[in-house]
Design a protein around this ligand. Structure first.
Ligand code: PHE
Ligand code: ZN
Length: 851
């Protein structure tokens, strides 16, 4: 087992490596990597040097030009130790790599005919012997040599210097990156790809060549991504005064990729899902995601690359901050309030669940075995919420002052979260200690709010605690409130309360007793209780200014019904009658669609102790059915109204909002088992020119018994079977079928000719959808669904450990499950622990089991 790493053990490196020169010699079945590094001792130097290195064959090693005999160094499966000759020397190594059989998608690997690298977090030490840690920063020069027919395009970080033809149809290209960088940002790519370019001139007058690469024949699907990059570059110049700092910016689509994308300096590598988009092959949500991820990787150029992390415990320094920046960017591109609603849904479904269970960890973790397991919703999404919180405290101009000081102090450095907070605190004379505490404590704070009303004097009494972490200290929780009068007017409008004690009261003098609208836009990542009456919730749904708070109140109304159904009682449909007004109301269609969406079962797994997942799924379904009933005939009329004037597709906020409302209404209508609704769905499918509407039709039918469902699924398959990304949706739709039917589909599809174990997107579409989003199928048939997931995790434990370790998350709900369900999950986890071999999977399974 790998050794556990602790934050408290951090020590600066004994060695720095100012320069690294690498040469890649790409052969038919292997790659030779020659590396030349200048090592410089820090302080008086130590006489041993331990380099990281795994999964490669050492061919030769030299110090200051002299080959070392095998007695002069020690090599094990993770490192190479040398007695250093002095405080400054040159180390050269040659290693042989086998990228063609590397299914882990880390280090150098082949996918879809191209060779590419993935180094974050510790992939560089699968490419060469190195100090694989982010506080060692080097200037890199790279040459790549390969067959020109098979690999006409050879890329690395930085700028291209020279290109040279070689004998035997080979060629060589050299690149240099003037910015010192940690090795996790290193990248090379070799392959035969189509290229689309775009010139860009930065605010500083620098001429940049933007170049995007993907498979031949689908180049035009990169246009939206290229436009998004140009907008990102302009946005960072305008909002943060940050311009791009190289003359080349390349983005490569990798055939297989474990994550979303990677911000390698000047050479981003992307999951195809976040680059390729055309109306026929991507939904509105996909278009938005491309824009967000393109922005995210670009924004890393300053928050991550120019200023990087001292060690991996600081990961949220770059990720939380960069997620926050990409969220700001999307909002400025017109994403609207439905975007914040989506963010919060995701935060609650995934991050709150993580924080309440055995995989909980602080935004800055204290220890890890396998760092890849800490690219989590806590580090990313909760981390972004904390930056949002800081932004709310400082205001826009204060936040900018804090960022300016951060770059002024730390450009070119590898720093910590404290450094970031200190820059903000110093720039604004702000006490950041209440914010700092958030980073070191796991668990979602819970805020209990009660009120008193005394003759014009209104008090909100707040109490905070972390139920899963009772010894936690009070943190700073900004509560944004509005207080509505009986006509729905705000007597207090969006005031921010600074709540930083275990208990604290906030008073207001008011002409009448208000309805409080609390935590507008979710002003802090907490759960909160206030004993609303149903009438108060309806009042908020009708009158609140903040669309998010209307949605929040709607969720609470649905929850009253879901709780009742879960407990075995039923409420009158009339409980939901306010939604009749909502449906026909004016305003943003995307917000209306969100208001008409009860929480899904996967958002509620931590709500009940001794959870019975099947009963929960049923309770949610019953609530949705009640909503569809209470909307009455108007539902059909409204849906049909929205069917008319279907314009040619454009990814544009108003049109997307309309599509989203239409999709939502159609789905509710179809749930009623109405033949006419099913026919409408088929018509929408046939008449549409875009994937958004086609999927809307299929999703509307997916949980029904309509014959149209099978017919359209087959039509979809025939149309899209050669289009990998779209075919993923076909797999996901079937994996999302509720209950036994879903489990059966998953079994069948695992044997389908188009199921590809080497394509993580396909694996996630089928197994990820089943595990993460389909509680009733996962827990179907006694423990059989659970056993199937465990078996699949073991398959990827061998092939692609990072992917396997992510598929485990659905098992982390163990603590909340009713005993017989928990027993099935525990048994599956024990099986995994007995059979798994990767540290990734072992660490996760053991953490869940509490070992
Ligand atoms: N650093 C990448 C991002 O968030 C994510 C990533 C992590 C990709 C590890 C690959 C491996 O932008
Ligand atoms: Zn990132």
């Amino acid at each position: 087992m790998k050794q556990r790493q602790y934050l408290k053990d951090y020590r600066p490196s004994d060695w720095q490596i100012p320069h690294i020169q690498m040469h890649f010699d790409v052969q038919d079945a292997h790659v030779l990597v020659h590396t030349r590094m200048e090592l410089v001792a820090v302080g008086d130097g130590t006489q041993t040097l331990e380099l990281d290195g795994r999964q490669m064959a050492l061919v030769e090693i030299r110090i200051d030009g002299e080959a070392l005999s095998p007695e002069a160094y020690q090599c094990d499966d993770a490192s190479l130790t040398i007695k250093a000759p002095g405080a400054r020397f040159v180390l050269e190594s040659t290693v042989k790599l086998d990228p063609f059989n590397n299914t882990s998608l880390e280090g150098l690997y082949a996918a879809g005919g191209i060779l590419c690298t993935q180094c974050e977090s510790h992939g560089f030490s699968r490419i060469t012997y190195a100090l694989d840690r982010p506080d060692v920063m080097s200037v890199f020069n790279v040459t790549i040599e390969a067959d020109k027919g098979r690999y006409p395009i050879l890329l690395a970080n930085g700028e291209r210097n020279a290109q040279q033809e070689l004998p035997d149809g080979r060629h060589r290209v050299s690149w240099s990156d003037p910015h010192p960088k940690p090795c996790y940002l290193f990248a090379v790519v070799a392959g035969d790809m189509a290229c689309k370019t775009r010139p860009y001139i930065t605010s500083e007058g620098r001429e940049v060549d933007i170049a995007f690469y993907c498979d031949h024949g689908i180049e035009e699907r990169m246009d939206h991504a290229i436009d998004s990059l140009v907008r990102s570059m302009q946005w960072d110049e305008q909002r943060y005064g940050l311009a791009y700092d190289l003359n080349t910016y390349s983005v490569v689509v990798a055939g297989a990729f474990n994550m979303g994308a990677m911000e390698n300096k000047g050479l981003n590598i992307f999951n195809p899902k976040y680059v390729l988009a055309s109306p026929e092959t991507a939904t509105d949500a996909d278009f938005a995601a491309v824009e967000a991820v393109i922005g995210h990787e670009y924004f890393h150029n300053w928050t991550g690359n120019r200023v990087t992390c001292r060690d991996w415990f600081q990961l949220s320094l770059k990720e939380g901050l960069t997620v926050f920046r990409d969220q700001q960017f999307s909002a400025d591109c017109g994403a609207g309030p439905a975007q914040r609603i989506e963010q919060v849904k995701f935060l609650r479904a995934r991050q709150f669940a993580e924080d309440a269970g055995p995989l909980a960890h602080p935004v800055r973790p204290e220890s890890y075995v396998e760092m890849n397991n800490f690219y989590t919703v806590t580090v990313y999404e909760k981390g972004a919420e904390l930056v949002r919180l800081l932004h709310a405290l400082e205001g826009e101009s204060g936040f900018r002052r804090g960022m300016d000081l951060y770059f002024e102090r730390h450009d070119g450095q590898a720093v910590t979260i404290e450094d970031f907070l200190a820059a903000h605190g110093d720039a604004n004379q702000l006490d950041i200690s209440g914010l700092q505490r958030w980073y070191g404590q796991a668990g979602t704070p819970q805020v209990k709010i009660t009120e008193s009303w005394d003759n014009g004097h209104y008090t909100l009494d707040c109490e905070q605690s972390i139920p899963s972490n009772p010894s936690a200290d009070a943190v700073l929780i900004p509560i944004r409130v509005s207080l509505l009068d009986s006509r729905g007017q705000a007597m207090i409008d969006g005031q921010v309360l600074r709540f930083d004690q275990p208990q604290q009261g906030f008073s207001f003098d008011l002409p009448e007793r208000p309805v409080p609208v609390l935590f507008e836009a979710l002003s802090a990542p907490v759960t909160w209780d206030y004993a609303y009456s149903q009438d108060q919730l309806k009042h908020i749904v009708r009158h609140a200014q903040d669309p998010f708070s209307r949605w929040e109140a709607a969720q609470r109304l649905y929850l009253i019904m879901i709780d009742a159904a879960y407990a075995g009682t039923t409420l009158e449909d009339q409980h939901l009658d306010v939604f009749c007004e909502v449906m026909v109301g004016e305003g943003d269609g995307a917000v209306i669609a969100a208001l008409l969406s009860p929480p899904s079962a996967d958002e509620l797994t931590t709500r009940y102790t001794e959870l019975d997942p099947l009963r929960l799924s049923q309770a949610v379904d019953q609530t949705e059915a009640a909503l569809a009933r209470v909307l009455g005939d108007a539902l059909a009329t409204q849906t049909q109204n929205l069917m008319e004037h279907v314009a040619t597709y454009a990814f544009e906020p108003a049109a997307a909002a309309r599509r989203s409302l239409r999709a939502r209404l159609l789905r509710l209508w179809c749930l009623r088992g109405d033949q006419q609704a099913w026919q409408q769905a088929e018509q929408l499918y046939d008449n549409s020119d875009n994937l958004t509407d086609r999927l809307a039709a299929l999703q509307a039918l997916n949980q029904t018994d309509a014959a149209q469902r099978d017919i359209l699924l087959e039509r979809f398959y025939q149309t899209y079977k050669n289009d990998k990304l779209v075919l993923d949706r076909w797999f996901a739709l079937q994996a999302a079928r509720a209950g036994q039917a879903g489990l059966d589909s998953v079994r069948t599809l695992l044997a389908h000719a188009d199921f590809d174990q080497g394509n993580p997107n396909r694996v996630r579409a089928l197994i990820g959808t089943f595990g993460m989003l389909n509680l009733s199928a996962l827990h179907a048939q006694g423990g059989q669904g659970v056993a199937l997931l465990a078996e699949q995790i073991l398959v990827y434990d061998k092939l692609n450990p990072q992917l396997a370790a992510r598929l485990i998350t659905p098992f982390a709900g163990l603590n909340g499950l009713a005993e017989e369900r928990a027993a099935a999950v525990r048994k599956a986890l024990q099986e995994i622990v007995a059979q798994a071999s990767s540290p990734d999977v072992l660490e996760q399974a053991q953490r869940i089991l509490g070992h």
